[in-house]
Design a protein around this ligand. Structure first.
Ligand code: SF4
Length: 365
């Protein structure tokens, strides 16, 4: 991390920069910070501008274009109704997202949280942590805390343990999720000391972020295995990116490799219309087409769910291929992924189960 590439000089001593990348750096004062670990840079090509990993690291002139849609806060996280405290976002009923830090190991060009990430707010301060914890204490419906940012694993272990414990000690908080790109950009961060720490806050779920099979190296595989071997379930979230991974063959290869490493391919996100990302976004039609190509061919375990985050903080919309050809009364007609056509007829007497009060109360809380 200390040897990260940060300045244009750092990058031009490693990469043969193209004109569009040079122009990207020229507009940097208006752009999202550029930075990468040397490890992640080593996965990219120093000379080939079409290289997928390189496109996730380096800015291009197109980032300065206005594009079809540009939002500083596509998820509506700054809306008063969603921002519970300065570091806590409470958008969904039973979970809240804690902005542990704004620092990352790499600043992904497509980042959706440019309103916060790399804004030099660094670690949450003790009063900010206390404010977030007090909010969660006052909201018993919150059962999960998502540690995000920024990348929470840029935080040292002792400070991280202090933050985790502040939330873990709240009675109604059942589990903690950590969203981090460290297994991708600095897999050496996942060491014995860290997994011992995470185990002490069990159950901790880990959300990794691999977008391309080239990112899955021996080192990253070892990092993922260390997490899983130590009882930390890992789920992967990827973002579909124009000219980077928008091909079913790449998503399939990534998913099969992740599954082999016991990592569940979880979400396949449509890129959010974040500032300066028009050239990196796919169309929804293309993303759906990729999902349709995968459907049926990839096993259910290997299949990530395709999600569009509705702009303005509208929440997640899961899109699936539509196999319904006709509906008449209780009869639904389908044509499956490989062309098989059949009907499903719903039963006539639906019956509701008995729901004990304790389950009803938990649901309504
Ligand atoms: S690691 Fe996550 S928060 Fe950081 S720049 Fe990449 S997408 Fe944004």
């Amino acid at each position: 991390m200390r040897h990260s590439l940060k300045t244009k000089d750092d990058f031009s001593s490693y990469y043969k920069l193209s004109n569009t990348e040079v122009l990207g750096f020229a507009g940097l004062e208006n752009l999202f910070r550029v930075q990468t670990t040397p490890y992640y840079a080593s996965l990219s090509s120093a000379s080939d501008t079409t290289n997928a990993v390189r496109k996730m690291i380096l800015p291009q002139q197109a980032e300065l274009d206005s594009g079809a849609q540009q939002m500083l806060d596509p998820l509506g996280e700054n809306k008063a109704s969603n921002r519970a405290t300065s570091r806590l976002i409470h958008r969904y009923t039973d979970r809240a997202l804690f902005l542990a830090t704004d620092l990352c190991g790499i600043y992904c060009r497509y980042c959706t949280r440019k309103h916060f990430t790399a804004s030099d707010q660094v670690l949450a301060t003790d009063p900010q942590i206390e404010q977030a914890v007090n909010y969660v204490k006052a909201h018993p419906e919150i059962k999960e805390i998502i540690f995000s940012g920024g990348d929470p694993l840029t935080i040292g272990n002792s400070k991280l343990a202090k933050m985790l414990s502040a939330f873990y000690d709240i009675d109604h908080v059942e589990l903690i999720r950590i969203g981090s790109r460290m297994p991708t950009v600095n897999p050496f961060r996942i060491d014995d000391e860290l997994v011992t720490l995470l185990k002490s806050f069990k159950p901790v779920y880990f959300m990794s972020h691999f977008n391309h099979p080239d990112e899955l190296t021996r080192d990253s595989a070892m990092a993922l295995e260390k997490l899983v071997d130590n009882g930390v379930p890992v789920f992967n979230q990827l973002v579909l990116l124009n000219g980077i991974n928008n091909d079913a063959a790449l998503i399939y290869a990534l998913s099969r490799r992740l599954l082999y490493l016991r990592v569940k391919p979880h979400y396949m996100f449509q890129a959010d219309p974040s500032m300066g990302t028009d050239h990196l976004r796919t169309s929804i039609e293309e993303s759906l087409q990729i999902q349709r190509q995968l459907w049926g061919h990839a096993s259910g375990l290997a299949m990530p769910r395709f999600i569009v985050d509705i702009p303005e903080g509208g929440g997640k919309a899961a899109l699936v291929p539509d196999y319904v050809t006709q509906r008449s009364g209780s009869k639904w007609s389908f044509k499956g992924w490989d062309g098989v056509e059949a009907d499903y007829i719903s039963p006539r007497q639906p019956q509701k189960p008995v729901v004990e009060d304790r389950y009803r109360q938990e649901w309504l809380r």
